[in-house]
Design a protein around this ligand. Structure first.
Ligand SMILES: [Zn+2]
Length: 302
């Protein structure tokens, strides 16, 4: 079978191929059947394109170029993320899913990759007394002393796809988990991302920040390899709620309608764009019932 190159005008250069870091298969970019050039969905870098390829063995996606990530994170729009109505709805959804797995307010919880600690603060507000956050890139939460402890519950939302070594990252989470503890990993699902329609998946692909996007089968395998039991997989993004405009379908369509950059999610809302578009208005109210499938949240028990 021949390689699918989604943008024929672009050529793929320089493959210092190392194989798949997730399944260990010797598949390389040079042999990949599905390769695509994907532009960044951050405004400042929108003119730059990155090579994404799929491992034929485990179906995961890899971002190929070695980039200076510091340069990209320096202008990362989500540094401006603040608590607002939509975030609160989404966090309520995260908490609902945790409670379904018997998490209670006396549990010792770690949010690994907590950013500026919004979810940590949210859990404190909800009566959780024993919540810690860790994020190497946030000054307030970068104290590694936190990582000498063990936790009943570890949550890590939108993190594993950002790291260069997802396998060792996963194992380090498992090491922090107390016996019987719950590990929650929320991340895009490579199996559901169709690279030939990359425009529809620019949020999940999020180049060049998402280094390796796991397939569900590889995430399950990581769990098994670490001796964990997979209890449940939620096949939605936690942003999916029934509140008007707080659903993933609406968010993705809104981003596309406003120029396909994710910056708009943390900027002043543009209600005019929504009211002029019957499609956006429809999804503001009913988007929950047409969820994009490009995300997963897995719950593992140690
Ligand atoms: Zn693989």
């Amino acid at each position: 079978m021949s390689t699918t190159l989604c943008d024929p005008l672009e050529t793929v250069k320089s493959p210092p191929d190392a194989g798949c870091v997730l399944c260990g298969h010797s598949a390389t970019l040079g042999q990949a059947k599905v390769v695509c050039k994907v532009p960044s969905n951050v405004r400042m870098f929108q003119h730059e394109k990155f090579t994404v390829w799929r491992c034929e063995n485990c179906r995961s996606l890899h971002s190929h170029e070695n980039v200076d990530l510091d340069r990209y994170y320096k202008h990362y729009p989500f540094k401006q993320h603040e608590m607002n109505f939509a975030t609160r709805c989404a966090y309520n959804n995260r908490l609902r899913l945790l409670r379904k797995r018997d998490v209670c307010s006396s549990d010792k919880v770690l949010d690994y990759g907590c950013g500026e600690g919004l979810f940590v603060d949210f859990l404190h507000e909800k009566g959780f007394q024993n919540v810690a956050g860790y994020d190497a890139f946030a000054e307030e939460y970068s104290n590694e002393a936190v990582l000498e402890d063990q936790f009943d519950v570890i949550v890590s939302y939108d993190v594993i796809e950002h790291v260069e070594e997802p396998r060792s990252f996963f194992d380090s989470l498992v090491n922090l988990l107390a016996p019987g503890g719950l590990l929650v990993v929320g991340t895009p699902n490579a199996e559901q991302i169709d690279l030939s329609r990359w425009e529809e998946f620019s949020m999940e692909l999020h180049q060049p920040y998402h280094r390796h996007i796991l397939s569900e089968q590889v995430l399950m395998q990581l769990g098994r390899d670490a001796g964990l039991k997979a209890e449940y997989v939620y096949h939605r993004f936690y942003f999916d709620t029934l509140y008007p405009s707080v659903n993933t379908r609406f968010m993705e369509e809104y981003v596309r309608a406003t120029g396909s950059v994710i910056d708009v999610v943390v900027e002043e809302p543009q209600p005019g764009v929504v009211f002029r578009s019957p499609r956006l208005l429809f999804h503001a109210f009913f988007g929950y019932f047409a969820p994009p499938r490009g995300n997963m949240m897995a719950f593992f028990r140690k």
